[in-house]
Design a protein around this ligand. Structure first.
Ligand SMILES: C[S@@+](CC[C@H](N)C(=O)[O-])C[C@H]1O[C@@H](n2cnc3c(N)ncnc32)[C@H](O)[C@@H]1O
Length: 199
């Protein structure tokens, strides 16, 4: 049901009213997550690929960017927009059970997607498994968890009860899965949790 909801939205996703200065703020998130860059990145819940220009614009752009999403229509839009980027791959799959090689990636970015996953602990464990030791998992939003949860409740339908925990709570959950918090920030206009997988 949720997948169908996003599939239906896909052709309009990039024209929906967004946050002011979205591109610049997305770049800030990406730099907080991976600094100047890293060789391989999974964009989990990639949608139409809002992170791709920011990743390609890094001083050291990744050699591999995997755009992972379970909504085929979102990925189709993503591919149409970024087909010219040779380092980008598109994978249709559930981020709770990613069909990707474990221990292979330097970073997993989950931007505006985690609230839509019901079993967050299990999903995060699977995302951590994709990382090599020292790799980074970053969760980002352009608003606070309180504002986001209220927005989902107001939208209703398939996302009505999709929730994001407060940033310190998410960081604690990641710590319990064997990660070290690097950035834990939340205010009205931003939510960023970056953690590093321990050896
Ligand atoms: C709110 S959109 C955000 C898309 C993109 N990251 C952005 O910021 O524009 C959430 C995306 O996550 C995807 N998604 C939700 N649950 C997912 C899951 N369990 N596995 C893979 N993708 C998922 C949806 O299909 C959708 O494309």
């Amino acid at each position: 049901m949720k997948r169908a909801w996003f599939d239906e939205l896909a052709p309009r996703w990039d024209t929906l009213p967004g946050q002011p200065e979205t591109a610049a703020r997305v770049s800030t998130f990406v730099r907080k997550a991976i600094g100047h860059g890293c060789p391989s990145v999974v964009d989990a819940g990639a949608g139409t690929g809002v992170l791709v220009p920011a990743l390609l614009g890094l001083p050291q752009p990744p050699a591999l960017i995997v755009e992972l999403d379970f909504a085929f229509a979102m990925l189709a839009e993503n591919r149409r927009k970024h087909a010219g980027a040779p380092c980008v791959r598109w994978v249709c799959g559930d981020l709770s059970a990613p069909p990707l090689r474990e221990g292979r990636f330097d970073a997993v970015l989950c931007f505006s997607a985690l609230p839509h996953v019901e079993e967050k602990r299990a999903a995060l464990a699977r995302l951590f498994a994709l990382l090599r030791p020292g790799g980074r998992l970053a969760v980002g939003h352009l608003m606070s968890s309180t504002a986001l949860n209220a927005m989902h409740a107001a939208i209703g339908g398939a996302v009505a009860s999709d929730e994001l925990p407060p940033a310190p709570e998410l960081a604690a959950l990641c710590e319990s899965l064997g990660a070290r918090p690097v950035v834990v920030e939340e205010c009205e206009s931003e939510y960023t949790v970056v953690v590093e997988k321990l050896d």
